[in-house]
Design a protein. Structure first.
Length: 195
């Protein structure tokens, strides 16, 4: 099993990269057994894996530089999936694409629409699609979380953010489950600012 995990990318254009100004770490686990941790480069590969379907967990953490940008100060993403049984088989991992109206400084209105569109990379099959999604929001950098009601329409989950007057940032924690038993949980501290 192998791949490339760059810690930083933009929204929607499939650009990615790494920088010395921010840090990233990743690890791959089979059940509770650590198989590998990242080195200096974003590529990884693990051999001699068992041929049967087994549970795996891929974990990525990033830490931003607040001198450079105040958003995404930390992120934690964890995918859970079953291994495949064929060589050169893509693993159908879900990616979460977020949407809200931001100004040029990366801030949203205190009451604003927010959407999440999961995309499964490596598969367009219905059996791999996201079947449920849960959103939690924090206005105190993750010290406390509140569940947010979501409504799904044509593969996009939508809600309205109603931030309190004292809040300066919105942090998000999302869990999306796939029909094949896989899932993604992603936490972004200070995902965006508030006006």
């Amino acid at each position: 099993m192998g791949g490339m995990i760059a810690g930083f990318g933009d929204g929607g254009s499939a650009h990615s990269g790494d920088t010395g100004m921010m840090s990233r770490s990743f690890s791959l686990h089979q059940g509770d057994t650590l198989l590998m941790q990242n080195g200096a480069r974003p590529e990884f590969g693990v051999g001699d894996l068992e041929p049967q379907k087994l549970p795996y967990r891929l974990v990525i953490d990033t830490k931003g530089n607040t001198d450079f940008i105040p958003y995404s100060t930390t992120t934690h993403t964890e995918w859970r999936f079953l291994s495949g049984t064929a060589d050169n088989q893509a693993i159908p991992l879900a990616q979460l694409d977020y949407g809200t109206d931001l100004d040029l400084a990366g801030r949203a209105k205190r009451k604003s629409a927010f959407s999440i569109t999961p995309v499964v990379l490596g598969s367009g099959a219905a059996k791999d699609a996201v079947s449920s999604l849960k959103l939690e929001i924090s206005y105190d950098d993750g010290k406390s979380w509140r569940s947010q009601d979501m409504k799904e329409n044509k593969g996009t989950w939508r809600t309205t953010v109603n931030a309190p007057s004292r809040a300066g940032y919105v942090s998000i924690r999302v869990t999306a489950k796939q029909r094949n038993g896989g899932s993604i949980t992603q936490t972004i501290t200070r995902a965006f600012g508030l006006k």
